[in-house]
Design a protein around this ligand. Structure first.
Ligand SMILES: C[S@@+](CC[C@H](N)C(=O)[O-])C[C@H]1O[C@@H](n2cnc3c(N)ncnc32)[C@H](O)[C@@H]1O
Length: 311
């Protein structure tokens, strides 16, 4: 299948990263290299592009799109391990980081991965199948009802989380839940018909929750952001595009914490914590796509871009 993915907020990202000829830029979520290609054009032949992705299909697609050579370093791995990946690549400091979170359109389309509730497939959902112990099927088989409720409520923001968990536990007692369509049916049974009539697909939130749990997306994101900030040289920028409120909250909190200085109690005469701000938040309000972009690319509709600069 052809790897086709339209980059979101492309002009805004490249502008906010202040790309200069010769810059060293790390794209932590390379995907089909939609952003990376434009970055490469703007940093020119003297610039260095490092592209990271945990998915082989994305790396293959990117290597067909990008100009390859010494100044282009493609790394297979998880951005939660930026320290190891960038050390192994021989980098010392970075001028800009991009995180464009979530799954790419082809991952949703590749049938065998089980990310999509629209096609019937085994419940896998691992973004890097070679390096993750648990599939979505394992989560559904092994988690207790209260753990399932927590995952579906916290990562799916699903109001019917406890009912869905209850139905999953009842269904798996009859036989193991193996495929996406089996899970969709269980979710449909759990959510009252009146609540299913409007809004998005009833399985959307539960599928999102399982994907986040299987890939530890929230922990990895926080670890990746903190590590990236340590690699940035002064004036270097970090740009993050998120697609749901949980991710956006983590980005906002990490940026806000790292942009605060001393947090000693106000009545302390001198600072005892010694904390200095390491970031300046460039986007006080998240940048969102124009109506025109959303019309051209529906996937952009929930995107939020936040940018910070190393001080
Ligand atoms: C939205 S796509 C990126 C699309 C890309 N910006 C483009 O324009 O083509 C997100 C990519 O990040 C990758 N990804 C998600 N989480 C990751 C992680 N923790 N470590 C490495 N790659 C990750 C996915 O495999 C996917 O290819």
């Amino acid at each position: 299948m052809e790897y086709r993915h339209t980059p979101v907020l492309l002009a805004e990202v490249t502008q906010q990263l202040s790309l200069q000829p010769g810059s060293i830029i790390v794209d932590c979520t390379l995907g089909g290299a939609g952003h990376a290609k434009r970055i490469q054009d703007l940093i020119g032949p003297t610039g260095t592009l490092v592209g990271i992705d945990q998915d082989d299909t994305a790396l293959d697609a990117a290597s067909n799109t990008l100009r390859l050579g010494q100044q282009t370093i493609l790394l297979k791995g998880n951005f939660g391990e930026i320290d190891r990946l960038l050390t192994e690549a021989g980098l010392v400091s970075v001028d800009g980081f991009l995180f464009d979170l979530g799954v790419s359109s082809p991952q949703l389309d590749f049938p065998e991965r089980g990310f999509s509730y629209k096609v019937d497939n085994p419940l896998d959902m691992r973004m890097d199948p070679s390096n993750a112990p648990m599939t979505a099927r394992d989560v559904l088989a092994e988690y207790s009802e209260s753990e399932l409720t927590r995952v579906i409520r916290d990562f799916g923001e699903e109001r019917w989380a406890s009912r869905i968990a209850e139905f999953i536990v009842a269904a798996r007692a009859r036989r193991p839940i193996e495929t996406t369509f089996e899970l969709v049916e269980i979710i449909k049974d759990a959510i009252p018909a009146s609540a299913r009539r409007s809004g998005p697909h009833p399985a959307r939130k539960t599928f999102q929750a399982l994907r986040i749990e299987v890939n530890h997306e929230m922990e990895v994101l926080e670890r990746g952001l903190r590590a990236a900030v340590r690699w940035l040289g002064p004036g270097g920028r970090i740009a993050v595009i998120s697609y749901h409120s949980l991710e956006d909250r983590i980005v906002k909190n990490v940026f806000s914490e790292l942009s605060r200085g001393c947090d000693c109690p106000p009545d302390l005469p001198v600072c005892a914590c010694g904390k200095k701000p390491v970031l300046h938040v460039v986007t006080r309000k998240a940048v969102i796509p124009t109506a025109d972009e959303i019309e051209r690319n529906l996937r952009a509709r929930s995107a939020k871009l936040r940018v910070a600069e190393r001080v």
